[in-house]
Design a protein around this ligand. Structure first.
Ligand code: ZN
Ligand code: FE
Length: 270
């Protein structure tokens, strides 16, 4: 009988640029990075923590998510995982929904979800809840779901994004949501305008504002919190539909996808 001593995985939050978060998943020795838009903060974090990079995971092709890849590869010759439907130089493993990644160097399996909308090939990575239930699931969703909001529709359609967010909404409530930007307070200002009577949202505004006042990240959030307060997961709620009818001339009885499209458009001009 062999005993496997499983190393505990931890996640380091690495801020970059004005408001990006790059995620380092590590076991104290090896590390995988999600969406390294900039190499320097990752190299610095690896050095400080005494970690060796063993994998790069990409959610979509935007520069603030992949810009650091070439420089990281100069220091670490590691595989680069990313979306099969996007052209990203240096990608070695092309992934789509249904694929599973055995992350090199780590005792970590991630399943891949297709979440088009922000870009047409955007993927998310999900670490399932462990069987003993000790650790919640982890979701790395790039620019699809944000704390209190969602990504802009640069390439996809409202129907695609609504479908992608519905998919994420179906994950367990305690799933930790590691999104790629600190947009939370601006998102919640919009959310409060759209759904002023939402008590969970009011409570969240107070909590997240206090975190930002202390200079702390509001990310990760949880799927449960997003379902309770993020209008882009709540576009079927009567109160939100009423706001869209009143402020954005949404037709009464319009299908949910039309409500979602109107909501996203409203946020674009808010
Ligand atoms: Zn993006
Ligand atoms: Fe981004």
């Amino acid at each position: 009988m062999t005993t496997h001593s499983k190393r505990t995985l931890r996640i380091l939050t690495v801020p970059a640029f004005d408001d990006n978060y790059l995620w380092l998943i590590h076991d104290g020795v090896h590390a995988a990075v999600v969406d390294p838009g900039d190499a320097q903060p990752i190299l610095a974090a690896l050095k400080t923590a005494g970690l060796a990079l063993t994998a790069i995971l990409l959610t979509h092709h935007h520069a603030d998510h992949i810009g650091g890849v070439p420089e990281l590869l100069q220091h670490y010759a590691v595989p680069v995982f990313g979306p099969s439907n996007e052209a990203i130089a240096a990608m070695t493993h092309k992934l789509a929904e249904g694929d599973t990644v055995d992350v090199p160097g780590l005792d970590l399996q991630l399943s891949v979800l297709d979440v088009p909308g922000h870009t047409s090939g955007h993927v998310a990575y999900l670490r399932l809840k462990e069987e003993d239930g000790a650790e919640p699931a982890w979701l790395f969703c790039g620019d699809t779901l944000f704390a209190g909001g969602c990504g802009r529709l640069f390439e996809g359609t409202p129907a695609q994004m609504a479908n992608s967010l519905d998919k994420l909404s179906a994950l367990p409530d305690d799933t930790l949501v590691f999104c790629a930007h600190e947009y939370t307070l601006a998102n919640l200002r919009f959310a409060s305008f759209v759904e002023p009577g939402n008590q969970a949202l009011k409570a969240r505004v107070a909590i997240e504002s206090a975190k930002r006042a202390q200079g702390e990240p509001t990310v990760p959030s949880t799927i449960g919190l997003e379902k309770a307060s993020n209008p882009f997961l709540r576009y079927r709620q009567p109160a939100i539909i009423d706001s869209l009818v009143a402020a954005r001339k949404l037709a009464v009885g319009a299908p949910p996808v039309a409500a979602f499209a109107a909501l996203r458009q409203w946020k674009d001009h808010f």
